[in-house]
Each structure stands twice: as C-alpha cells, then as structure tokens.
Design a protein around this ligand. Sequence first.
Ligand code: KIV
Ligand code: ZN
Length: 521
Amino acid sequence: MSDRVRIFDTTLRDGEQAPGCSMTLREKLRIAKALAELKVDIIEAGFPAASPGDFDAVKAIADEDFGPVICGLARCNPADIEKVHAAVKGAARHRIHVFVATSAIHREHKLRMAKEEIIKSAVGAIKMARELCGDVEFSPEDASRTELSYLAEVVSAAIEAGATTVNIPDTVGYTVPAEFDELFRYLKAHVVGIDDVTLSVHCHDDLGMAVANSLSAVRAGARQIECTINGIGERAGNCSLEEVVMAIKTRAEFFGLETGIDSTRLYPASRLVSSITGMQVPRNKAIVGENAFAHEAGIHQHGMLQHRSTYEIMRPEDVGLSRSSLVLGKHSGRHAFRDRVKELGFVLDEFEINRAFQEFKKLADKKKDLYDGDLEAIIMNVDSASVGPWSLQKLEVQTSSDRPARATVVLLGTDPEPVTASATGDGPVAAAFAALEQATQVEITLKSFDLHSASIGEDAQGEVAITVQHGADLYRGNGASVDIVEAGARACLDVINRIVRRRERSGDDPDSTEKFSRASI
Ligand code: KIV
Ligand code: ZN
C-alpha cells in the first residue's frame, strides 16, 4: 500500500456550510489559489446544483486550473451530476463526487427509501458520472452510523459501478478512533476490489475527535483525508487540515506516511481563511493559534533557551510562522512592504498592494513600529473594503460621561455621492453601529464582540471580530484600527457588506443556498 496520503480540501464546500461563512466568488478564487500553493491534492470547490452562484464559483476555479484536481459535489440525480461536470470540466484534472445517505436514520426519516433503492440510485449515479469523467468519488453519507454489512454492500456496489475513490464520512461526528479503525478494517476485509480504489475519510468534529478519527482511518488503510483549513465546517466543523497534516509530518516515524503539503504555507492559508470568513482562530488552536508556539511559564522558557526540543515538537517556521519582532517603519519603502506581505503568504494584485501600501503609510504616521500583525490587519481591512459595496470615508464620535454617545459616519457606496448618517447610542460603539445601520439601511442585531490586539505596545491596532444576526442568519466580520471604536465600525461595515453581497447573490435563485447547501447535507 502506498505511503502517500492525499489531502482533499473541502473548505470551499463543507467549510462554507458553517454558519456565517459564505464567500464571494472572488474570495473563493483567492482561497483556491492559496490551496494550490499549499499543494493540496484535491480541491472540492463547491456544490454546483445548490445555486447559480455556487455553479459559477466552481466553474471559475476549474477554469483557472491552478493545479490540483477540482471536484464538485452532486446528489445521486442526473441534473446535479451534469451541473458538476459542466462546472469542473475546465480543469485538466477534475472529479465528480456523488453522495447518498445510507444509515437507517437517514433512510427512514430523510430519504424514505429502502436499502435496495439507495443502492440502485448510487449505482445509477456513479455509472452516469463515469461516462462523463474518469475520476468519480462516492460517499455513503452517515456511514459511521450505517449497519456494517449494509455499508459493505453499498461500497461493493459503488466500486463495481466504477467509483475510483470511496469516501467514508462520519457525518455527525459520532464515531471514536477505535470504532472507526474497526469499521475501516471491516470494509478492507469484506469488500471485493477495495484495494483497487482510493479509500477516503471525512470526519466532523462534534465530539472533538475529527482529527483523531481521521488518523485512525489512515492507520487502517485510508489514503485520502477530507479536511478544511482551520477546521471550519457544519456545526463544530470538519477535520482540521493543518492539524492532521502536521500530525502525519511530526509523527512520521509512527505513521510511516507522508502528504504532499508544503507545510510552510499553513499559517498564511489559515490567516486568509479566517480573514475572508470572519471566523477567528482561537488563540490556543493547535498549529495556527496565536499561542501555539508561545512559552509562558518560566520553567518552559528556561528549557527552550537550553534546547528548543525540550518543549517544542515543531518549529514555528515549519508551519510558516516566521514572525520577526520589528518589521517595518515610517521610512520603509514599497519594495520592503511588498516583500514582507509576500513572505506572510498574502497574494495581492497590484491594486490591492497599492491600497494596502497607502494604508500602511497612514498607519506608520500614527504608530512608530509596525509588526506582522499590523500588516495582516491592514490587508484584512483593504480586502474587505475592496469587495464593498460600502467603504468608510469618515467616522466622528463624541462621548461624554453624562449623555449618550453620538456618532456620524460618511460612507461611499455604489452611487458617486457619499451617504452621511448620525445616531446616538449607550456607548461609542453602539452609536457607530446605529449610524452605519441607518446609512446602509441594513438592520443587524449584535451577538458577540471580541477585541484583541493585533501586535504589541500601547499603540497596537485593535482587531475586532463580531457576530451579528440578520433575519434568520448569522454573519461574522472583522475590522482593525489603532482606534478601537473605528475597528468596531469597520467590523460592522464588513458584516453589512457580506449581507448586501449575499442578498445580491441569492437574487440568482431565491431558496437554493438554504435549501440545498445547508438543509439537505
Ligand atoms: O459530512 C458528510 O457526510 C458530507 C458528505 C457529502 C461527504 O459532507
Ligand atoms: Zn461533511
């Protein structure tokens, strides 16, 4: 058996299904490019039948043909399969991924289909997909809660019908490592032809075991892991790409396996996904969290000074974390700025670099020393402002201990004339939010507000991450500034822009996103 494990990234499909994580086409293209630089083997770019917007995004990514295999998801019906094929065929290497649920719970309550009907529908779909494409993946959804003998029957039929990859999902994050190991060994022993296909694993993190379960499957013979950057995904998320990859790399002697991932691109990819989705990485998150390589206790620091390996099993630079303390200052030129942005892993076009450089200069006038965190915060702001439609021209806030705060905002939207609005609130942030709602006519309810410092020192930029409710949906957004009220206002505008963009996108097909991408998978 090969010792190479393929990494199948589903950030753009399963990851995007996380509440508040929907992305624009442009954002998806940026992530796809970062995934190609990370050297993932397969990118699951979306679910083309979910909406015209999803179709366009998968097609745009396939047409760019960044290098990895481009895959699209389909239910077992001809319309879905044709849509995937039309969307992915622009990529030199493409894949159709079909799925149907197999567990008793799904058979009885969701599909209302008998066991034989499900096998028939899977076989029909796989055969049709194979006529269109040589690379077909099949997933029996909720496999980990499916009767073992029936699961083996379904998988045998799928292989006979022509599936080239068989993926075993733990859809609801229910299994545990020892049980999942048994499931894989059972399939290995009972399914004819299983050694001729790639066996894959797809785990959700409801019990916090997605990475452990994926590693267990790999030990039992799986050679493809489905995962997402920062572990984003439905509910508690999916198996985290950076964790599973670094486990295989760091414990290479134990696993005897390797991936093709360029681990030095992990940190930049993580930052990119977190800034695009507005989903912050917890400080203590393994591999890419801010504290992952920080040593606080004196005894640990002492050990580290004697020899790094006393308390460090990976080097920060192995995951792309090469943070230098002092980076740039007021006199740094465009060249130095561009180089550092590139080193940090951001891929910006000429327009974005110019805008980021202007912001950098403005910040350097206010703040003497600029650190990596400051540059990342600038890029995050520039990125969300450049996709608009609203951008913040001016914010004025008056506060006093004996009357409500008042904020005035000036925004530029799609009309040439700026829009001005003023509002009061219990505090400066509440007033700024109310003024932004008034100017954009978008109503939001604030659910959470987190502030943290982007770098060090009293003049550090504050980074604000907020979650808001709009209608039935949750949205996340980020903003940064040396002024924390302005950082909050920028986060609020980021969220408002996401709401407006989503509204414009779902104008394509009113119920598609909710109906297909969220409810039925
Ligand atoms: O979790 C799941 O079962 C899925 C399948 C569509 C692979 O995402
Ligand atoms: Zn999933």
